[in-house]
Design a binder for this molecule. Sequence first.
Ligand code: ATP
Ligand code: MG
Length: 335
Amino acid sequence: PSLRPEMRYRPDLEKFTFQMLQMYQSLIPPEEEERKRRQFLSHLDQLVAREWPGARLFLFGSCANAFGVCNSDIDVCLSINDDQLSKADLVLKMAAILRSDNMQNVQALTHARVPIVKFTESTTGISCDICVNNMLAVVNSKLLHDYSQIDVRLRQLAFLVKHWAKRRQVNETYRGTLSSYAYVLMCIHFLQQRKPAILPCLQDMRPTYRVTVGNIECAYYDQIETLQSFGANNKETLGELLTSFFEYWAFRHDYTRAVISVRTGGYLSKDEKEWTRRIGNERHLICIEDPLEVAHDLGRVVDRHSIRVLRDEFHRAAKILRHDLNPCTTLFEPF
Ligand code: ATP
Ligand code: MG
């Protein structure tokens, strides 16, 4: 078979892929966890309905987007029409409700960019974040979920990349590295770029799903059943894809000029996005366009120090995948 250049170093590719698939399997949450989570949510639903009959709870983040590994926390959005109370007030009120229901470690973070209440349920140990009227996150979770249903290699690749990022401590936005959401977008973009492509660009197809959130129009093709064989002409295995992913971010990405864009299925330039200058704390040292909030660069949290950390980690991973005799262990070694 004709191997891509970066694969010539790895004679044991098949074995490596097998090991990566096993690791992926071990990261999938067991059915039991799913069951506990449903129980927990129906309890929350009741609490909220008692206080606000017109309100609704929506799941988002890793337990709604198919990219959740075992023991992820639960992200919930409270959707409510209330002209009297601000988001911060609603968060405070939610915190009071949760405390009176005996939830543990209830913290209302009212000054965060997105105000949330964080807490833990004592019996199950489930941790949960609730935000208010953040429907874009619900819609972007559906977009990610829809992509995950097209080709299983996306979910496999993203689980391993997220696992790597957590182990290497480069999944910490408060320290200037990237969110899980950003890593999943990097994986989607990467699979859109393979030749032949493994994923299509859903926002570039005839829309079958439309919703307006605030002033943002979200429209894309969501009849995923019709796309089941989209990536079938590409035979790359998980081992090859993981290797090429790190090769790309270590050696091929144009950090000076390029913006990756899942929305267009390709690249944009920093010039056309006007992401060439530092404004305030936003430096655009690695540019990942949000597929819905297109003015939003998910790399904006990255600063001069953390870009070095990130790029060093991409190099380390790429080098291990080229030369290491036991990459499965070394790649995921805790930092
Ligand atoms: P984890 O398994 O690490 O908890 P996660 O999928 O829940 O992963 P987070 O990065 O915690 O990912 O984000 C949760 C959700 O919040 C995302 O799925 C996305 O919908 C939304 N989100 C997070 N960061 C952003 C952002 N910068 N812009 C827009 N939406 C975001
Ligand atoms: Mg989460």
